[in-house]
Ligand binder design. Structure first.
Ligand SMILES: O=C(O)C(=O)C[C@@H](O)[C@H](O)[C@H](O)COP(=O)(O)O
Ligand SMILES: [Zn+2]
Length: 357
């Protein structure tokens, strides 16, 4: 199953196929001519997939090198990026060579950032191995590293040449890692896809989703993402819908210390919190926050975070990229399946941080 991301300046395909990870060489040769490739991966994913990916690439004539870093959100920083730039230089990559990101969201964001900045930009491909990366971060061209001050504070918009999604690899994830990705799936359903919401409602639990609906939820989520990315590549309009739950979610991730609360977990908490506050203000239909909360609980996601220090969270979200002067754009879901953007003074965000009793 292919989804075309039809961006005028850089169209590319998402290939969603069981077992695709075993055919990496064939896929890459359909996109790139013979060249040097630096694979960027982490020490959780590389031991499982790197060898077979390298063999498959070598088999069709690509020369490969690999850069492996320690897994985890805490490593998505300038220090790791610098090591990866040096790995590019040591591998003598030129502007006709490329990078392949082999891993979850952290690997994908960092490898794409490195590719978009090394020698002012070289080509890259994404092979996402986590659910979060398969349904969200590998698509759309947001590259990023974190700073201590804010999540994804430094980055570029640079599109990959292709994304290879193999739902089978999700079987090697731990339960928490799989559930984490469901935070983004629930988000996609809530902002734009009631059919996906129904699939989530009908399925028994996350094991049932993994065993019987993996391709379906990936396909739906990727399609939600494709539509808004094609309509608004640079995140000034409808693409912001994808940020539902992220203003508070990112503040939780940064203040807790990167990696303590996983991204999809923080997004789940962020969606519930902003929805509860928005309902009280009459900006969302009553009951949506509860529906999202029940969905998160069903799929093993946290629904609250402690210690909830309003001032700390507020200081952190002042760095949100949806800030415009002394205002911020927030994403709400007035009706389930429909998102809307509201521009409010930054200080009003304090009201969205007040917890439900
Ligand atoms: O692709 C987008 O646009 C998104 O907002 C998707 C998010 O789920 C993703 O976490 C993204 O990296 C957040 O971007 P940011 O601009 O808020 O850093
Ligand atoms: Zn996200």
């Amino acid at each position: 199953m292919n989804i075309s991301v039809d961006l005028p300046n850089h169209p590319y395909d998402l290939v969603i196929e069981q077992g695709a990870i075993n055919e990496v060489g064939t896929w890459v040769s359909s996109l790139w001519r013979e060249q040097k490739i630096l694979i960027i991966s982490d020490d959780h994913v590389a031991p499982i997939y790197a060898q077979s990916v390298i063999e498959s690439l070598n088999h069709v004539g690509f020369e490969t090198e690999i850069f492996i870093f320690k897994a985890g959100e805490a490593q998505k920083n300038l220090e790791t990026a610098e090591k990866a730039w040096h790995a590019c230089a040591e591998a003598q990559l030129t502007r006709s060579d490329g990078i392949i990101a082999l891993g979850g969201g952290v690997v994908g964001d960092l490898a794409a950032f490195v590719a978009s900045t090394y020698m002012r930009g070289i080509h890259f491909l994404q092979i996402p191995t986590s659910l979060t990366a398969q349904v969200d971060s590998s698509i759309g061209g947001k590259t990023a590293i974190n700073s201590k001050i804010a999540k994804n504070m430094i980055g570029t918009f640079t599109q990959p040449d292709g994304v290879l999604i193999d739902p089978n690899v999700l079987r090697t994830l731990g339960q928490r890692e799989f559930n984490e990705g469901l935070g983004e799936v629930i988000k996609c359903a809530a902002i734009a896809d009631l059919e996906l919401w129904n699939v989530l409602e009908q399925a028994k639990d996350s094991t049932d989703l993994l065993n019987n609906h993996a391709e379906e939820i990936i396909y739906h989520s990727c399609n939600v993402k494709r539509k808004v990315v094609v309509a608004d590549e640079l995140d000034n309009g409808v693409r912001l819908y994808l940020n539902f739950g992220h203003t508070i979610g990112h503040a939780i991730e940064a203040t807790a210390g990167y990696g303590k609360v996983m991204h999809g977990e923080a997004v789940a908490i962020g969606m519930i919190q902003i929805a509860q506050a928005a309902e009280k203000k009459g900006l969302m239909e009553i009951g949506i926050s509860n529906a999202i909360k029940q969905m998160a609980e069903k799929y093993g996601l946290p629904t609250s975070y402690a210690p909830w220090i309003e001032d700390e969270l507020y200081q952190s979200l002042l760095h949100d990229k949806k800030g415009r002067g002394d205002t911020i754009k927030i994403v709400l879901v007035p009706k389930l399946g429909q998102a809307e953007i509201f521009q409010i003074p930054f200080k009003e965000m304090r009201e969205f941080l007040i917890e439900d009793e």
